[in-house]
Structure formats: C-alpha cells, structure tokens
Design a protein around this ligand. Structure first.
Ligand code: UD2
Ligand code: MN
Length: 374
C-alpha cells in the first residue's frame, strides 16, 4: 500500500512529465510536423482552385494563399476620374504559402487570373497604379518552372496594385545559354513597348514568399532575392546580385546594362554587381524577413555548362563595362507573341563567336577540289 507521501511523489512526477511533454510539443520541430500535415491539404486546394485555406491577413507561419482576397477585384470597374492607388496596398498579407503541385496547367492559371490581358498585362481595376513594372524572365526549356512562376507571380503583383507586364525572353536554338544577354534584350524590347518605370530581372525558378517584397524600384538598383531557401534564407555574400534584381531604366542605362560576354553558367551576376558600383551606385535590399524566395529544385541544364572563363572575365569588368553591355547588344528578333499570360520574345543571340555562328572555313585543298569544272 503506497503511503500518502509516496502518492504526492507520484503526482509531482506525473506533473513534471506533463510539463516536459508540453515544452517539447511547443518546440519548432513539432510546429514543422503540423505544418507538413496541413500542407498536404493545401496541395489539394491549389489544384481544385479553392483559395480558402489561407487567411486574407495570414499571420500563420505557412503563409496565405496567394489568390486569397483577389476575387472581389473582378467585380470592380474602371472609371474616368480614378484616384491613385494608396501608397501601401490594402491587399497585402505578408507571408505566402508556396508549394509545387503536379497537374497544374496554364489554362488553370489563366482562369485564376481573369483580369490579366493579352501579353500578360494588368492594371488595377479600381485605382490608378503608382508604378509600372516589367518583369523580364530569361528562358529556355523550363516550361514547368515558368508555369509555377506565372501561377504565383500574377496574383502576387495584383496584390501590390501595380500596373505590370511579364516578358519571357526565349533563347532559340541549343547553343550555349547567356542569361545576361537575354536580360539586355528584354530591357530593349520591353522599353520599346511601354514607358516602364521599373524592370525586374527574374530567374524563372524563383518564387517570392512574401507579398510585402514590393516589385517597385528604389533610388539605387535593388537586389530583391536576398533570402533564398537554397542559401538557408541568408545572403551568401555581401556583393551577391543573383536571382531577382530591380533597376529603373536610368539605373540600367547608367551602368550600360548587363554584360553580353558571359556564355554558360556563372559570373554574370557578380559582373552586374560590380557594374552597379563602377557606375557610382550602391545596392539596396529588402529585409531578410521579406525578400524571401523558394527556388524550384533543378540540375544544371544542358547547354548552360559552368563557364570556365568567368573569373578572368570578372577580373576585367572595370575595363570592359563601358564597351560591352546594353549599347552593344546584337541579336535577331525571331518572334513576338502576345500570349494570355505573358509576352514571349524569341531571339537568336548567336554564340561566343558572333551573332551568326561561323561555319568552319573549308581548307585550301577542299576549295580547289570543289571548284566548278573539275
Ligand atoms: C544562379 C543565380 C542566377 C544566375 C546563375 C549563374 C540563384 C537563385 N540564381 O542560378 O541568377 O546568376 O546562378 O548563371 O542563385 N535558364 C533557362 N534555361 C537554361 C538555363 C538557364 O531558362 O537552360 C534561366 C532560368 O531563368 C534560370 C536562370 O537562367 O532560372 C539561371 O540559371 P540556373 O537556374 O540554372 O542557375 P542557378 O540556379 O545556379
Ligand atoms: Mn536556378
């Protein structure tokens, strides 16, 4: 028979165990497990077109549905004497839930964005936008990533009450990829169409995770992708300028745009960062809490092999930036298509040897043999 004091001892032990269990449950690991559990349901929501799982002012750690609170916009109509949109959009909600469900189609993205017009353009239905932003996306063989980016980017930009357009600059052929040259082309082709006041240069595989990361320009060139999941949501190094950056047309021209001579993977983002300071500007950034992005996982693409010349090119940026860049970009425009969700610009950018890939010259002996009359 247990005595009264041993009963108290058991009771205190039980209470202690309970306290430990409670402390463990409230730790981050537990939260992650719960989050994972709820994500399974969210995935189904995205596909079925249900947007109710995220709260309009989602303060939960998984973030809101990017389409939450946009449905009422479709009911509004434009009038002649419209006021400017407020300085801060009332549609913002902070963290956005990002996942990549299989089975999403471009037709579904179109249906979810009824106010987006031909060429991937939009302006707020109920107020005059304060900003006009063009998104420039360098692209080849990444249709799946593009589909996800469009799914998230359209509502993200609508929440920010921007007037915007999305341009995909598609490199034709299978010669070595050149990200920075495609950006120069995007700048020229977008500015030809409209007086954009800000250009966002955007990797196809980066999805913004917080709608307070506004796609507008700052006084200085802005590096927006400061915190990416692939770098543990930290800036990898101070001068880093890759992923997503925003420049006004004036910034862009001041630094002679981006380099044209980086073929293959790497180096061009650092070159662009160096150009910013060579042109007498500095890099601005959103806070780590807001400039968050998820990168869709991928391998290095065929035709975008690591560029072995990147370090020697970087060492010469100071000598080359004024002669190589926006002013010297050469390309052949193959087509311009105004698709429902974006403007697709297909270009031949040639190779390292020039715009028209040089065919090897026949040797003297072959030339003689091929002469007519022989
Ligand atoms: C990093 C940088 C990127 C760039 C690159 C070096 C991040 C998140 N991004 O990207 O900004 O500096 O290093 O060049 O760190 N692309 C295609 N098709 C291809 C190849 C590339 O569409 O076949 C485009 C696409 O928009 C892609 C971008 O180029 O997002 C960068 O290429 P990546 O994603 O293969 O390189 P990554 O992730 O190492
Ligand atoms: Mn990538």
């Amino acid at each position: 028979m247990p005595t009264l004091t041993s009963k108290w001892r058991y009771l205190i032990m039980l209470l202690g165990v309970q306290l430990i269990v409670m402390a463990l449950l409230s730790r981050e690991t537990y939260q992650k497990r719960v989050t994972y559990f709820f994500r399974i349901f969210r995935k189904l929501d995205v596909l079925s077109g249900v947007s109710g799982s995220g709260t309009a002012h989602g303060s939960n750690h998984t973030g809101a549905d990017v389409y939450a609170n946009l449905s009422q916009l479709a009911l509004l109509s434009r009038s002649e004497d419209m006021r400017y949109c407020p300085n801060t959009s009332p549609l913002l909600s902070g963290p956005i839930h990002v996942s990549f469900p299989s089975g999403l189609t471009l037709a579904q993205v179109e249906r979810k964005n009824p106010l987006v017009v031909r060429g991937g353009r939009y302006r707020p239905p109920d107020c005059e936008a304060r900003h006009r932003t063009a998104i420039i996306i360098p692209h080849r063989n990444r249709e799946k990533h593009l589909k996800f980016l469009l799914y998230y980017l359209h509502p993200f930009l609508q929440r920010q009450q921007l007037s915007y357009g999305i341009y995909v600059i598609h490199q034709a052929g299978n010669y070595t990829f050149n990200r920075a040259k495609l950006m120069n082309i995007g700048f020229r082709e977008a500015m030809r169409e409209m007086d954009w006041d800000c250009l966002f240069f955007h990797d196809v595989d980066l999805i913004p995770e917080d709608d307070r990361n506004t796609y507008t320009c700052d006084k200085n060139p802005k590096h927006a992708a400061i915190a990416m999941d692939k770098f543990g949501y930290k800036l990898p190094y101070k001068a880093y300028f890759g992923g997503v950056s925003a420049l006004s047309p004036l910034h862009y021209l001041k630094m002679n745009g981006f380099p044209n001579n980086y073929w293959g993977w790497g180096g061009e983002d650092d070159d662009i960062g160096i150009r910013v300071s060579l042109a007498g500007m500095s890099i601005s950034r959103p806070s780590l809490r807001i400039g968050r992005y998820k990168m869709i996982k991928h391998k290095l693409d065929e035709g975008n092999e690591v560029n072995p010349k990147r370090f020697s090119l970087l060492a010469k940026t100071q000598q080359t930036w004024k002669s190589d860049g926006m002013h010297s970009v050469e390309y052949e425009l193959l087509s311009r298509e105004y698709l429902p969700l974006y403007t697709n610009i297909t270009v031949n950018i040639g190779t390292e040897r020039g715009l028209r890939p040089l065919t090897p010259k026949p040797k003297a002996k072959e030339r003689a043999e091929n002469r007519p009359g022989r």
